[in-house]
Ligand binder design. Structure first.
Ligand code: GTP
Ligand code: MG
Length: 136
C-alpha cells in the first residue's frame, strides 16, 4: 500500500471542518492515519513544500495564507491513497470541483481550498520528508 502527505489548510481548521474531512478519509476502506499533528507551518517549511511554485503570481499570498494559522499535518496510508485523496479533495479550483468532493462541498476560493494531498509517489516521498523528517 501507499503513503501520502495530507495538509488540512488553515481555512479548514478555522472553519471547524477538520472532523468532517478526517471523517471522509477514515471511512475509506482500509485507509488509516499513520501520523498527525496540529502545527502552524513556518515560512522555511512552506518554501520547501511549494518550491515548484516560486515566482508565480499566487506564490507569496499562498505562503502567507498557509502560515496564517495552524494546519493539520498528516500521513495517510492505504490502497492507492495518493490518487485516492486527490480524488476525495477534487480539483484545485473549488468552483470547478464537483459536489461530493471536499473542495466542491466546502470551497469557493482557489487559494483557500481546504486540503493539500501529494500528487505522485515522488511528491509523497519528498513531502513526507519535509513535514515528518524522523518518520520512515
Ligand atoms: P495542493 O494539493 O495544495 O498542492 O493543490 P493542487 O495540487 O491542486 O494545486 P497546485 O499544487 O497547482 O497549487 C498549490 C496551491 O496553490 C493550490 O492548492 C492553491 O491553494 C494555490 N494555487 C494554485 N494555483 C493557483 C492560482 O492560479 N491562483 C491562486 N490564487 N492560487 C493558486
Ligand atoms: Mg500540488
Amino acid at each position: 500500500s501507499q503513503r501520502t502527505l495530507v495538509l488540512l489548510k488553515p481555512d479548514a481548521v478555522r472553519r471547524g471542518l477538520v472532523g468532517e474531512i478526517i471523517g471522509r478519509i477514515e471511512r475509506k476502506a482500509g485507509w488509516s492515519i499513520a501520523a498527525m499533528e496540529l502545527r502552524t507551518l513556518d515560512r522555511a517549511t512552506l518554501e520547501q513544500h511549494y518550491a515548484e511554485h516560486e515566482g508565480r503570481p499566487f506564490y507569496e499570498p499562498l505562503v502567507e495564507f498557509m502560515a496564517s494559522g495552524p494546519s493539520v499535518v498528516m500521513v495517510v496510508e492505504g490502497e492507492r491513497v495518493i490518487e485516492g485523496i486527490r480524488a476525495l479533495a477534487g480539483p484545485t479550483d473549488p468552483i470547478a470541483a464537483a459536489p461530493g468532493s471536499v473542495r466542491g462541498d466546502f470551497g469557493t476560493i482557489v487559494r483557500e481550498n481546504l486540503i493539500h494531498a501529494s500528487d505522485s509517489e515522488e511528491s509523497a516521498q519528498r513531502e513526507m520528508k519535509i513535514f515528518f523528517p524522523s518518520f520512515s
